[in-house]
Ligand binder design. Structure first.
Ligand code: PHE
Ligand code: NA
Length: 455
């Protein structure tokens, strides 16, 4: 397979970990994880989620990094080259193609929600949350959802922010931005945690997040936890594979994966604890409030606490950074492909793909107003269809294929050179889990995602 460009390698220590953590930590941690934890009963769900990260997420993340680093190419060319090396059917290249496509699909609706956080950031800075009640907050959110122009403006801005970083290139764009944005994100998260400890219902929140009730263990919650472990670690679509191509050869993949998974889980848990500490400290609002937790419930908490203006602004800056470092990883596989395969300049490649995702995003914006009653697939709105196709079908399918490909098709001689720096206990565990446990578990998620009848 032809390749025009030689790959850059991120020289600075920690760049890969920061970039992969940047991809992993996103709306999935700060927006989705807290509310699905709230809906599924707290502690028991957190425990299931952590098990899934360990048994499904980490082995597959390791497989993705190894593939990318072994081939030192974007996911499409990487799978093609590995197929050639291992002498297996070219059909496995579907991993790369579906991944790049999934990136576009996810990006198209992710920037819409990320756009809401920009609107809320500007609202927080202007003191709009002051004295909000449950009803007035809901009205504020409904007002945004009804306002196509406003959503379009933020969606456009967020897509443009993403394109700019990608256009700047692998070192000056991706590497520099994560080296600046990730430390800042961690600092802001610690500020929020500190404030939640001092002013929030911290202990109640801890008890909610970590007290374990066996009756909350359910099949349904386990499936949600499995699916989420995938989304939260950015697996199944080549984002981590694309970054793996830039990882220095002498770094241990196993240690890196443990670090990224740990940081991703920590951010989700700390964000959850802080959010619930604020919510429990505000009378009259409840924790299990679904997707509206961040956009309806939390602003009420900000509007009724001392220093709410600062805390609210800090919070939404943090969410913006988290989402931004994720959106760039969604587009990188496609941009790297166009650049390496056809020599298309990264500026053009990112503009082109950014415009495609932006256009698909229009349907997601209208799904909240003009198209709210218009079913697209399986009676779902455009937004829900995109989310369903990507999260319930493409990511798990990609994950199964990656686990099978690396677990069964790549023989040791193809990986040996990559595994020099791994500890032997890790290798002893990794292969069998990747061969037998991860694919079966992901297959169950996939089947369940497609046929909700099993629930
Ligand atoms: N991991 C990101 C989150 O938790 C979402 C994402 C998925 C990003 C797939 C890139 C690729 O929000
Ligand atoms: Na995540």
């Amino acid at each position: 397979m032809k390749r025009l460009k030689q790959h850059v390698i991120w020289g600075q220590r920690g760049s890969f970990i920061l970039a992969a953590t940047g991809s992993a930590v996103g709306l999935g941690n700060i927006w989705k994880f807290p509310y699905i934890t709230g809906e599924n009963g707290g502690g028991a769900f957190v425990l299931m989620y952590l098990c899934c990260i360990l048994l499904i997420g980490m082995p597959i993340m390791m497989a993705e990094i190894l593939m990318g680093r072994r081939a030192r190419a974007n996911p499409i060319l990487a799978t093609a080259e590995l197929c050639e090396a291992a002498k297996v059917s070219k059909g496995w290249t579907i991993i790369g193609w579906m991944g790049a496509l999934a990136g576009l699909v996810i990006l198209s609706f992710y920037t819409v929600i990320a756009g809401w956080t920009l609107e809320y950031l500007s609202g927080a800075l202007q003191g709009q949350f002051d004295g909000l009640t449950g009803e007035s907050s809901q009205a504020l959110f409904d007002g945004l959802l009804a306002n196509t122009d406003q959503m379009l403006q933020w969606h456009t801005l967020f897509t443009a922010m993403t394109v700019v970083i990608l256009a700047l290139g692998v070192s000056r764009g991706l590497e520099s931005s994560v080296r600046f944005m990730m430390p800042m994100l961690f600092v802001l998260l610690l500020v929020l945690l500190g404030y939640a400890m001092m002013e929030g219902e911290f202990v109640t929140s801890l008890r909610f997040m970590f007290s374990f009730n066996p009756q909350d263990l359910s099949w349904e919650a386990a499936l949600i936890a499995m699916g989420h472990s995938f989304f939260t670690l950015s697996l199944g679509m080549g984002a981590i594979m694309a970054y793996g191509a830039y990882m220095p050869s002498n770094q241990s993949v196993g240690h890196t994966v443990m670090m990224v998974a740990l940081l991703d889980a920590l951010v989700a848990l700390v964000a959850g604890v802080a959010i619930f500490a604020f919510v429990f400290a505000t009378p009259g609002i409840s924790a299990g409030s679904g997707p509206g937790l961040m956009f309806v419930t939390l602003p009420v908490a900000f509007g009724n606490m001392s220093a709410g203006l600062v805390v609210g602004s800090v919070f939404f800056v943090m969410v913006m950074l988290a989402a931004w470092t994720s959106t760039i990883s969604l587009l990188e596989p496609g941009v790297a492909y166009l650049n390496e395969r056809f020599g298309l300049h990264r500026v053009l490649a990112s503009l082109l793909l950014g415009m495609i995702a932006w256009t698909m995003g229009l349907g997601s914006i209208w799904s909240f107003n003009d198209w709210a009653e218009k079913p697209f697939l399986w009676g779902k709105t455009w937004f829900d269809s995109m989310d369903f196709i990507a999260t319930n079908i493409m990511l798990p399918l990609g994950g199964v294929l990656i686990a099978l490909f690396v677990g069964w098709k790549l023989r040791d001689e193809h990986l040996l050179h990559e595994l020099k720096y791994e500890s032997s206990w890790l290798l002893r565990w990794w292969r069998p889990v990747l061969r037998y446990i991860s694919p079966v578990a992901v297959l169950i998620v996939l089947i369940n995602g497609i046929f909700p009848v099993l629930r």
